[in-house]
Ligand binder design. Structure first.
Ligand code: F6P
Length: 345
């Protein structure tokens, strides 16, 4: 019988996390008579034993709020020295039967290892604005980020047109270009650069010149932060590393803008959307997705369906083995990119 569970949010925050937390707590209490402990700041809170009992009252008024009321971090308990032993100890102290972990690729990969190699009972919920997790059509946060990016494309359109400029919009997307392709498609971008398709800057320049040669006076180029030049076409400086040793992305468009301006002769401006994409209130889709996935995850935990992640297919959710969801990244398929490309220029 599962009586007490823990919940945590790990990795980058995103809109819709609080909807999932609220659903886990409320359904856990109302349907399964569970006690739900919220761990603070991702796996860090588990290692430090920082948690609080969550109640119906403590989850009131959070559905529409961005970020995560639990806080988050990129701490990895598998890599931390003595992390797994400490984690077991904390679960024992709190008498926790299992954990619901809301995370992206990093957090859920750690969950996979904890489940498969150490037998720790975990259910995963996929969240990341990048939408790059396998086993689910959508991850929590992607839809809101897409709305924000699309609005940015729309806003850049009118100013690009007024000034006859090339506008580069850099959006997030470390390993996959979902935000770039969907926002570019929704906003009518004239070129889209994504990690899945290494780009040739000369081809981008030729393409913009061709477009302006047919009478167009402005262009919008959407650049995913993780886009890479084709081998031997362009040298870019190495990225600095963040506090977790990951390349600190952001700024690719700032390198490309001056090159495009110089080689095309068209005045060019750069906008880097950055963390605006992850902040603020979730849209309706992410609230519903968070609620649906949170409810499904707590039902799975109640049944002891550990080692699984909640995945969304069509309009329903179903369990997917964590190992399968984290084995590979979900990248933008050629078929999707090719539809977007039809409308370039
Ligand atoms: O994990 C999603 C993401 O938003 C990536 O797209 C981005 O590269 C990264 O997080 C930024 O991380 P941080 O907020 O730690 O700088």
């Amino acid at each position: 019988m599962v009586r007490q569970i823990g919940v945590l949010t790990g990795g980058g925050d995103c809109p819709g996390l609080n909807a999932a937390i609220r659903a886990i707590v409320r359904r856990g209490i109302n349907e399964h008579n569970m006690r739900v402990f919220g761990f603070h700041n991702g796996w860090q809170g588990v290692l430090e034993g920082q948690s609080a009992l969550m109640t119906l009252d403590s989850t009131r008024g959070i559905l529409h709020r961005g970020g995560t009321v639990l806080g988050t971090s990129r701490t990895d308990p598998v890599k931390a020295e003595g992390g797994v032993d400490r984690l077991r100890e904390v679960l024992e102290i709190y008498e926790i039967d299992g954990l619901i972990v809301i995370g992206g690729e990093g957090t859920l990969s750690a969950s996979t290892t904890l489940s498969e190699e150490y037998g720790i009972p975990v259910v995963g919920i996929p969240k990341t604005i990048d939408n790059d997790l396998e086993g689910t059509s959508f991850t929590i946060g992607f839809s809101t980020a897409l709305d924000i990016a699309t609005e940015a494309v729309d806003r850049l359109h009118s100013t690009a047109e007024s000034h006859n400029r090339v506008m580069l919009l850099e959006v997030m997307g470390r390993h996959a270009g979902w935000i770039a392709v969907y926002a570019g498609m929704a906003g009518g971008a004239d070129a889209i650069l994504i990690p899945e398709r290494p780009f040739d800057i000369n081809e981008v320049v030729r393409h913009l010149k061709r477009r302006h040669g047919t009478g167009r006076t402005f262009s919008i180029v959407v650049v995913a932060e993780g886009a890479v030049p084709a081998k031997g076409t362009l040298e870019l400086p190495d990225h600095e590393r963040d506090e977790y040793g990951r390349p600190r992305l952001g700024g690719l468009a700032s390198h490309l803008g001056p090159i495009i301006e110089e080689r095309t002769g068209f005045p060019t401006r750069v906008t880097i959307l950055g963390h605006v994409q992850r902040g603020g209130t979730p849209n309706a889709f992410d609230r519903v997705l968070g609620t649906t996935m949170g409810s499904a995850a707590v039902d799975m935990a109640a049944k002891g369906d550990w080692g699984m992640m909640v995945g969304m297919r069509g309009t329903s959710v179903r369990p997917v083995p964590l190992g399968k969801a984290t084995a590979e990244r979900k990248q933008v398929p050629s078929s999707v990119y090719d539809v977007a490309r039809t409308f370039f220029g």
